[in-house]
Design a protein around this ligand. Structure first.
Ligand SMILES: Nc1ncnc2c1ncn2[C@@H]1O[C@H](COP(=O)(O)OP(=O)(O)OP(=O)(O)O)[C@@H](O)[C@H]1O
Ligand SMILES: [Mg+2]
Length: 256
């Protein structure tokens, strides 16, 4: 098997208020995987994603990215790491009054100098790349429209294009479809799969609905109370595992 692109070893996160959100989590992610993280609300899924790109500081343990230990790198390397591990969010986080194209170009800011960022000077190549990514997510005709005039599903596709503009190796997606209706869920998930398969970008995605996990995930890890309680194939999550992951008495809800 290939070398892992990410290797997490005994990761813990204790928030300043004393909440232990991750209690010694270990797993590997291999290049090209579409890894899904599941678990009840509060089990630590977002904390885990945010530790991976250092939006949150891990308390202890190790994170290795492409063979480099990154859990305590500082300064420019952290910024670079956030470029290499791009993130999309449940609420899309676009700048509402800016056009779709300028939102996507924001993905380039990390790799432009501060001066040219301030001047909003993007090269012809930057613009061509941004349009190419908009095309990949099927929304190039909206390039000049203000972001707040798009539907939720369209906004999330713009957010994916913006993340791609960072030239990431990994895309972290924190409940990317939780604010969308079931049909739109699938459209957005299909584009994530396209990004995964056509661009070879590794995806790590938090999801709530097991039906989506089974359809899109190549592998699953489950957290419960900050501990890793399952890793394996989505198809192996039977009723027994479901109860162990979500607790006795939990019922599966389907999204079609
Ligand atoms: N900034 C913070 N400060 C203190 N505690 C936090 C912070 N963020 C999260 N927590 C706590 O850490 C635990 C894990 O939270 P986290 O947001 O990672 O869970 P989650 O699995 O993403 O939940 P959800 O499915 O609701 O998004 C929870 O107990 C939460 O209250
Ligand atoms: Mg969360």
């Amino acid at each position: 098997m290939s070398q892992p692109i990410l290797s997490v070893k005994n990761l813990t996160k204790v928030y300043p208020n004393g909440v232990a959100a991750l209690k010694g989590v270990s797993f590997d992610v291999h290049p090209g995987e579409f890894l899904v993280i599941i678990g009840l609300s509060g089990s630590g899924k977002s904390t885990l994603l945010r530790c991976l790109n250092r939006l949150h500081e891990p308390s202890s343990g190790e994170i290795w990215f492409n063979g480099e230990r990154v859990d305590s790198v500082q300064g420019n390397r952290v910024r670079e790491l956030r470029r290499e591990l791009a993130m999309i969010f449940q609420q899309f986080n676009l700048i509402p009054r800016h056009t779709v194209l300028s939102n996507v170009l924001m993905g380039r800011l990390g790799s432009t100098s501060t001066f040219s960022s301030l001047m909003s000077m993007f090269s012809a190549k930057d613009r061509a790349d941004a349009m190419r990514y908009l095309q990949l997510v099927g929304i190039q005709e909206k390039a000049k429209v203000r972001a707040d005039q798009l539907s939720g599903g369209q906004q999330q596709r713009v957010a994916i294009a913006r993340a791609l503009c960072q030239n990431p190796k990994v895309l972290l997606a924190d409940e990317p479809v939780a604010s969308l209706d079931p049909a739109t869920c699938h459209t957005v998930m299909d584009y994530l799969r396209k990004v995964n398969r056509e661009l070879g970008i590794t995806i790590i995605c938090n999801l709530h609905f097991l039906s989506l996990v089974r359809e899109y995930g190549t592998r699953v890890i489950a957290l419960r109370g900050g501990e890793l309680v399952y890793q394996g194939s989505p198809s192996e999550i039977n009723e027994d595992w479901f109860a162990r992951i979500y607790g006795e008495g939990a019922k599966e809800v389907h999204v079609n």
